[in-house]
Design a protein around this ligand. Structure first.
Ligand SMILES: Cc1ncc(COP(=O)(O)O)c(C=O)c1O
Length: 433
């Protein structure tokens, strides 16, 4: 029945799958005996999902018609657009970005923003450059939009951003297509926790600007976790993207899933930054068309809640204060893991901030993941790394975790190519890898 193009669409979502198994283990062995480091939502030290008070209050203060009605516009209400600009570029964005166009299109989460951008800026079959260590759904978003992907190396041998490889890949893609699209997830990259330095960004733009002498560039910066980078000054950060050539379009993909821990409300946005009026107009026209024909419009109540918070000084302050506690908590959890990892010589990918850190395990990945699972430690088994979601593991369970991971890596190395004999059997592979 399926079309030929649809036949290979199969979701292999190891995050949710292993998280379900972790929950089963909690039921069987008790909360204290299980470490669930799979799920990418923020959990407190009490093992409960974090929900900010100001978010709950503001959402329920709305009139029932605000959750029930359609949004006033396909691309989001004016207040929502304004609040996205204020929260991303600062209150003075009009002054700071004079001579630029900032266009906002509301989407269902960051996922919708990524999809709507990838869909409209490349021809079918063309290549998007994505990071080697990545949030894996990028790949399905790309292929579901009939595009292909190639990966750039994120790190060089010194653990810095691999500008040489990025340049090489950009030139390879430039040799075969007119528009080059590159996806960067910064700051708090998922799954590594990397953040490019200002100098790395400047050098990256030098490369872009060279290529842009003959080609067009679409830079997608996935800023889903931007609010969890300790001490980030967004106004300063956004300077990087200012005053760039007209044929470099930056699209930020924004989401309230993490920023407000409102994952289920499905509110996000594409934010285009350009100095070219035609590019701005085209962005609005074409992306609105795609909104209309895919999800129509975004939750009115979710958008209203966001603008009611961000455009109200007192509420916005409260949000920042509440969030700050968890930014600090994430840092404390990371510090414990990083310190122990260093002491015992566990290699981890360069981490600066954010929800996740990862251990490069290459061909041993599955073995490491399942050895840990037999110890009731559940991690995300990715392509060639094991991801630890610091966001969902309380500090008491982070202590000693690096040591357990190191033991699993050492054991996997000893086993080598031999089959893993599994003892606990609380997790069985059902083709998830
Ligand atoms: C790196 C990254 N980008 C984007 C998203 C999109 O999330 P949502 O669609 O809920 O906004 C996620 C969610 O986990 C993510 O990890």
């Amino acid at each position: 029945m399926l079309s030929k193009d649809a036949m290979n669409k199969k979701i292999i979502d190891r995050v949710f799958e292993l998280s379900i198994r972790a929950k089963e283990s909690v039921e069987k062995y008790g909360q204290e005996k299980v470490i669930n480091a799979t799920i990418g939502s923020l959990y407190g030290e009490d093992n409960k999902l974090v929900v900010y008070d100001v978010v709950t209050e503001t959402y329920y203060a709305q009139e029932p018609a605000d959750f029930a009605a359609y949004a006033a516009s396909l691309t989001g209400s004016d207040e929502f657009k304004e609040s996205v600009k204020v929260s991303t570029f600062g209150e003075n964005y009009k002054e700071d970005f004079k001579g630029h166009y900032l266009e906002v299109i509301a989407t269902p989460g960051g996922t919708g923003a990524l999809s709507n951008t990838i869909k409209n800026y490349l021809n079918n079959g063309e290549t998007v450059l994505i990071p080697e260590w990545l949030w894996e759904p990028y790949k399905s978003i790309i292929s579901d939009n009939q595009k292909t992907f190639d990966s750039y190396k994120v790190f060089d041998e010194n653990g810095n951003f691999n500008l040489n490889d990025v340049e090489k890949k950009l030139n390879e893609v430039a040799a075969k297509q007119e528009t080059i699209m590159i996806l960067i997830n910064d700051p708090c990259q998922n799954p590594t926790g990397y953040k490019l330095t200002r100098e790395e960004w400047e050098k990256l733009f030098e490369i872009f600007e060279e290529i842009a002498k003959t080609k067009e560039i679409v830079l997608i910066n996935d800023i889903a976790y931007i609010d969890y980078d300790p001490g980030i000054n967004k106004e300063e950060y956004m300077e990087i993207f200012k005053n760039r050539p007209k044929n470099i379009l930056t699209v930020f993909t924004f989401s309230i899933s993490k920023s407000l821990t409102s994952y289920g409300l499905r509110v996000g946005a594409q934010i285009a930054l350009t100095r070219d009026e035609t590019i701005a107009r085209d962005f609005n026209e074409v992306c609105s068309f795609s909104c209309r024909s895919t999800w129509s419009n975004v939750s009115k109540g979710g958008m209203k809640m966001y603008s009611d918070i961000v455009l109200n000084k007192e509420k916005y302050k409260r949000l920042k204060e509440e969030r700050e506690k968890y930014v600090n908590l994430l840092k404390e959890r990371a510090d414990i893991f990083l310190k122990e990892a260093k002491e015992i010589g566990l290699e981890i990918l360069p981490y600066k901030s954010g929800f996740f850190l990862s251990i490069p395990t290459y061909e041993l990945t599955e073995k490491v993941g399942y050895i840990l699972a037999d110890e009731n430690i559940f991690t995300v088994i990715a392509e060639k790394w094991v991801r630890i979601a610091l966001c969902s593991v309380p500090k008491a369970k982070v202590w000693g975790l690096a040591g357990k991971v190191k033991e699993a890596v050492d054991r996997a190395k000893e086993i080598g190519t031999k089959e893993l004999e599994r003892d606990g059997g609380n997790v069985e592979c059902e083709g998830c890898c």
